[in-house]
Ligand binder design. Structure first.
Ligand SMILES: [Zn+2]
Length: 154
């Protein structure tokens, strides 16, 4: 997924039960894993696929959620729905990345990547390969749903 993480977070936040900070939490959770691109390009010099970084590993977020959600429930129950939306948006992010990207769903038992659709390299520019593949239509659907919900906001 290239462009639809922010709108997917918006859709999730809008469909989530209303509570304080749910929408910002879903928006942040929807895009947070891709902030690893800063490290990928500026520090790691693209040496390791950025989907191998811990922010793209579902089990990592499951562990963080398993620790932090009970704490939020205990200490700041008012924000529990927002915290849950944040983690749901993170899992939505890596789920959407799994469609045509590689995600380590089996970690820690295996560091093998999983993806659903292989996009053939028909063009020199990798962005063109994605944008001209039918998978990109899914991104447009997410955008359309987000725009629809935005226009129907209360
Ligand atoms: Zn990503």
């Amino acid at each position: 997924m290239i462009t639809a993480h922010l709108p997917s977070g918006y859709v999730l936040g809008r469909l989530w039960p209303a509570a304080p900070l749910v929408l910002p939490a879903a928006l942040i959770g929807g895009v947070l894993p891709d902030f690893d691109l800063i490290w990928f390009y500026l520090v790691d010099d693209r040496a390791v696929h950025h989907h191998r970084y811990w922010v793209h590993v579902p089990a990592f977020w499951a562990m963080v959620a398993g620790i932090s959600l009970p704490l939020v429930a205990l200490l700041a129950r008012r924000y529990l729905l927002a915290a849950a939306a944040f983690f749901a948006a993170l899992i939505l992010h890596v789920s959407l990345d799994t469609i045509s990207g590689d995600i380590m769903w089996q970690w820690p038992w295996s560091d093998r990547f999983t993806h659903l659709v292989t996009i053939p390299a028909r063009w020199d520019n990798w962005v063109l390969n994605f944008v001209l593949h039918w998978v990109f239509a899914l991104e447009l659907v997410v955008w359309a749903l987000a725009i629809f919900l935005y226009r129907r906001r209360p």
